[in-house]
Design a protein. Structure first.
Length: 131
């Protein structure tokens, strides 16, 4: 099967539109391998995210914070990983297809901080900016 891949993402602004997805950053979860930024796993009880390849920008946002806004609330989360838009369907990517170019893949803590009911977790339009 062939998937669309991306090397770029939309331009970052003070209100960059993106799509929030749910990811597990602990060992054995759907994130796959340890985080790209520090080669560690992270607790899902802290607000951490993976960004699409273009926004990840070869690690330039690693361990920096971004502000995510949705559902009438905002949360600050640390960038710890890349949501690879160029590769997928292998062990390092938990056999998932490549990410779209507008993904902010977030831990449970981000969803909780945004006040989204558990049964609505999975995908939601957001805006984000560098914190």
């Amino acid at each position: 099967m062939f998937y669309t891949t991306y090397k770029c993402s939309p331009q970052v602004s003070s209100h960059t539109k993106g799509f929030l997805t749910l990811n597990g950053f602990d060992k054995g979860e759907d994130g796959g391998a340890p985080s790209e930024c520090d080669n560690h796993y992270h607790s899902n009880d802290i607000p951490v995210v993976a960004l699409s390849t273009g926004w990840y920008n070869k690690g330039s946002r690693c361990l920096n914070n971004i502000t995510i806004t949705a559902n009438g609330r905002s949360v600050v989360a640390m960038v710890v990983d890349e949501c690879d838009s160029t590769m997928g369907c292998d062990n390092d990517h938990d056999y998932q297809p490549p990410c779209d170019n507008n993904i902010v893949d977030a831990s449970r803590a981000v969803w909780k901080a945004l006040g989204v009911p558990d049964d609505k977790w999975g995908g939601m339009d957001i805006t984000w900016s560098d914190a």
